[in-house]
Design a protein around this ligand. Structure first.
Ligand code: ATP
Ligand code: MG
Length: 204
């Protein structure tokens, strides 16, 4: 099996994430993409992140009509911050014979050398890197190759049209009561409204 691992905060999940996963699935002939909502992202401490159970519920709703996309709460169920290396090793244990792919947007690829135990991650996965507006994906790939020359075959650029959409921008629109129609799956919009997830709070 060819299995893609797609981590993120998903606060909330949006069409950018879904297009990334779909294009990666097709371009790398994956059998499945596993979405992994992060516990407390070590690089995002400081901002108040929506409770993991809500972020998980939104991912579940977004994926309900996509049989090749699944979600795991593995990082959310563990105490403390999430580290991709631990997730990758866990997936490796669960799927000893799978070929693993790490799906990553250009902004995160730029930061990847700062991640914990990068070498261990690179021993397990092929990186599928996708373009994100405002990022120089090629130079981030070149930086990776300069730092880790042996990964040559193991980093692949997957072409996708730039979608300048982020959860941060969407949260801002939601707080301001602006429409996010077409930008989030309808089920996700409904869930976030029902649970009043992104309404203005005094600490914002
Ligand atoms: P935030 O604004 O809260 O950081 P985000 O939109 O960046 O949210 P994340 O959950 O941080 O979403 O991202 C998860 C993964 O999806 C990362 O690898 C990120 O690079 C990628 N990603 C998110 N949005 C896009 C997009 N529009 N185009 C390409 N990659 C994306
Ligand atoms: Mg982000």
């Amino acid at each position: 099996m060819r299995l893609g691992i797609f981590g993120g905060t998903f606060d909330p999940i949006h069409i950018g994430h879904l297009v990334v996963a779909q294009v990666a699935l097709e371009e790398a002939s994956l059998d499945r993409v596993l979405f992994v909502p992060a516990g407390v992202n070590p690089l995002k401490v400081g901002r108040s992140i929506t409770d993991g159970s809500h972020r998980l519920a939104m991912v579940q709703r977004a994926l309900q009509d996509c049989p090749q996309f699944t979600v795991t709460s593995w990082e959310l169920d563990r105490p403390g911050p999430s580290f991709t290396v631990e997730t990758v090793l866990h997936v490796r244990e669960q799927y000893p014979d799978a070929e693993l792919f790490l799906i990553i947007g250009a902004d995160n690829l730029r930061l990847l050398p700062k991640w914990k135990s990068v070498e261990n991650i690179l021993e397990q996965v092929t990186i599928l890197a996708l373009n994100r507006p405002g990022e120089d994906l090629k130079s981030s790939c070149q930086m990776m190759l300069a730092l880790y020359p042996h990964i040559n075959e193991q980093i692949r650029i997957v072409d996708m049209p730039g979608l300048d959409i982020s959860s941060t921008w969407l949260r801002d629109r939601l707080v301001k009561n602006l429409s996010v129609k077409h930008l989030l799956p309808a089920e996700v919009i409904r869930y976030s409204e029902e649970n009043k997830l992104y309404e203005r709070r005094d600490d914002q």
